[in-house]
Design a binder for this molecule. Sequence first.
Ligand SMILES: Cc1cc2nc3c(=O)[nH]c(=O)nc-3n(C[C@H](O)[C@H](O)[C@H](O)COP(=O)(O)O)c2cc1C
Length: 405
Amino acid sequence: MDRSWDTESEGESSDPHPRPVSLDRRHFLIAVGGAAAYTALRPHLLWARRLRRPPAAGAGTQPRQAWSLPADPPPPGVELARALVAAAVLAPSHWNTQPWRMEVDVQQIRLVRDPQRALPVTDPDQRCLTLSLGAALENMLVCMRAYGLRPTVQYFPHGSAGPVAAVAWSAGEQRRDRELFAAITERRTNRREYDGRGIYLQNRAALLAQIPESLRVHWLDDHRRMRSIADLVHDATRAQVRDRRAQAERMAWMRFGEDEARRRGDGITLEDLELGGLPRWFAGNYFDPKSWFLRFGASSAARQARSAVRSAGALALLTAPRHEETLWLGAGQAYERFALKATQLGIAHQPLDAPIAVESTRAELRRSFGLNGEQPLMLVRLGHAKRPPASARRAVSLVASFRNS
Ligand SMILES: Cc1cc2nc3c(=O)[nH]c(=O)nc-3n(C[C@H](O)[C@H](O)[C@H](O)COP(=O)(O)O)c2cc1C
């Protein structure tokens, strides 16, 4: 059903009550010690609190994008363009930064990077940013096909400095990709523990069919090898959180409550991160790069990531033959088709970037998957778990500019 999809919406709400916490003796002592140190270190925590404030006066009224799309093609013109942009906005993005802007011109949409939303320390070559734009592009293309339009894409029409893609369309085609289209509003990154069940062969084939020949997926479902990748993910996550510069950058995208996520329409909440127990209580300190507690945050995030990988039914590593921006954009498109197909099949999935981003584990990952000169772009865990609530999005009106002459 079509709802008003460009205005403030409550979307799906998540459980507002923290989970009950049971403490064993070791954790109790850490908690007591933590509370004492918290008091002593209070002044240092002001920094973290500053990050938690809303960005500017009036930001509370910023509209959020609802997780719905018109089921049937809207009339050509602005209404159609808004639906296409809305589909793009619902794409996954690295840390939910939504690093895109869309310039809409009569019958063309240009997809542009938003440098304000880049993570230069965590993602220095903009691999993840470009993958995110690719995912947004693919949502737009799926939406066009589902509306019976034939899209034409020009990749990097002005070289690498301008838009990453210019998309035009013509009408009169048969409606295609309708099942993937229906999955756009249902897709979620699922960071929960999975139930260990594997992926059926026919589902694996359906997922792999989404990947173009220019890219490759390495599939792994052998439990012994998955456990060794889980250890790698553990080490990468711990190294990533302990890197204080990179952690400061990512902390700015952590949202410390539903209210903040709603106000800003982006970033990742503690609920999204599936934090429970002490890390959730002390998240402001555990993940504060200036805090002495960061070591606890790093260890607990690492353990959680390892356990998440151990609970998966399979891992898929998307690779490209070369280090090339166009391939990253294509890989973002391929990942989104893969994720939409997984959604349609009821398969939970979560990208895991840490072992690719951290240099020391990247080499180990290459060895573990037997990569031969290929570039690892995205590691994804797959399995089965209850679907989490939807994350926040900035509305079409905030990310798109419209020119109708
Ligand atoms: C390039 C890329 C890298 C990502 N890396 C991770 C990751 O390492 N860990 C994770 O939990 N989610 C990762 N994600 C998922 C995003 O955090 C997620 O898309 C975003 O928070 C929005 O949530 P949603 O996918 O449920 O809409 C990644 C997504 C993209 C596109």
